[in-house]
Design a protein around this ligand. Structure first.
Ligand code: PBG
Length: 330
């Protein structure tokens, strides 16, 4: 009788091999995606102040970076473009000679096996910084959903034509997955999968990204099209719609304040699920670590394991390269 059941929970924690044997969640580099920012120019690495260690890269530098990530074992990159010219319709987004299209062709040469995902959205390409075409309605400026769809579809086709493996629409217009799917199929790209930012919240955690991508809206905010942080049932409806429209992978974004949404999405739908560990989540830990307030490596491993435990199959994170390095050391 002695010792039972008092010791029951500690028996399996006695040493690292035993802990590893019973571990429920693993963090593997094969699950990680590294976001990268590409801008015009040559031999340019312009550091992003609020995202230490990350830079806006010119096409040649980006191609080198992709090769380095490939050597580290990072399987995939997610590309964001900063064009040389912005206009009201985001024309540079669907230009076959655009910045992302150039980057895709360059990466194909330096890292032929890299899985290249492209962000499909107009906010980096519009002069007003919104994710679609802006019109006036009853004296108020709003993003026109249906006119935007056509442009997003053109952008996605242009990306795949230039070599993108997957397209990731992040705009949150209704019906964009169907519009993109149809356009890709019509262009002969029925094999190109769509990873949709299905449940994308209107989050203050995107702050550093907007500096990085130079995409902060010039007026208003994105609450017309991004989700209210108070809602989780709605996230499941968004995901269901995107799956109906043909999404192959769905995403919840950001990750940390929405772990419950990740879990519910995983339990409800048997489909590949991605979570985006966004710029503000990255910046907050970086800032604390720089002050010596947190141990970055330990916190990052804990955070990413937590996102996996919540149910994410794929994690998009600015720490992908660091984690690849850390996992090699251990
Ligand atoms: C573009 C887009 C955003 C992010 C990814 N795609 C910003 C936004 O919606 O304002 C954010 C990523 C991050 O914060 O790391 N629509």
């Amino acid at each position: 009788m002695s010792g039972f059941p008092v010791r029951r929970m500690r028996r399996l924690r006695a040493n690292e091999r035993l802990r590893a044997l019973v571990r429920e969640t693993s963090l593997d580099v094969s699950r990680l995606v590294m976001p990268l920012f590409v801008r015009p120019g040559k031999k340019l690495r312009r550091p992003i102040p609020s995202m230490p260690g990350n830079s806006q890269l010119s096409v040649d530098e980006l191609a080198k970076e992709a090769a380095a990530l490939d050597r580290l074992g990072v399987p995939a990159i997610l590309l964001f473009g900063i064009p040389d010219k912005k206009d009201a319709a985001g024309t540079a987004a669907y230009d076959d000679a655009g910045i992302i299209q150039q980057a895709l062709r360059a990466v194909r040469k330096t890292a032929p096996h890299m899985l290249v995902i492209t962000d499909v959205c107009l906010c980096e390409y519009t002069d007003h910084g919104h994710c679609g075409v802006v019109v006036e309605r009853r004296g108020r400026k709003v993003v026109d959903n249906d006119r935007t769809l056509e442009l997003l579809a053109k952008q996605a086709v242009s990306h795949v034509r230039a070599g993108a493996d997957l397209v990731a629409p992040s705009d949150m217009m209704d019906g964009r997955v169907a519009a993109i799917r149809r356009a890709l199929d019509d262009a002969g790209f029925a094999d190109a999968p769509i990873m949709s930012y299905a449940a994308k919240y209107a989050s203050a955690f995107y702050g550093p990204f907007r500096e990085a991508a130079e995409s902060a809206p010039k007026f208003g905010d994105r609450r017309d099209y991004q989700m209210d942080p108070a809602n989780a049932d709605e996230a499941l409806r968004e995901i269901a719609l995107d799956l109906d429209e043909g999404a192959d992978i769905v995403m919840v974004k950001p990750a940390l304040a929405y772990l419950d949404v990740i879990r519910r999405a995983k339990d409800r739908f048997n489909v590949p699920l991605a979570a985006y560990n966004v710029s503000g989540e990255f910046a907050a830990v970086k800032a604390a670590a720089e002050r010596g307030w947190l141990d970055e490596r330990k916190v990052v491993m804990e955070v990413l394991t937590g996102i996996r435990r919540a149910g994410a199959d794929i994690i998009i994170t600015y720490w992908a390269a660091d984690v690849a390095r850390w996992l090699k050391e251990t």
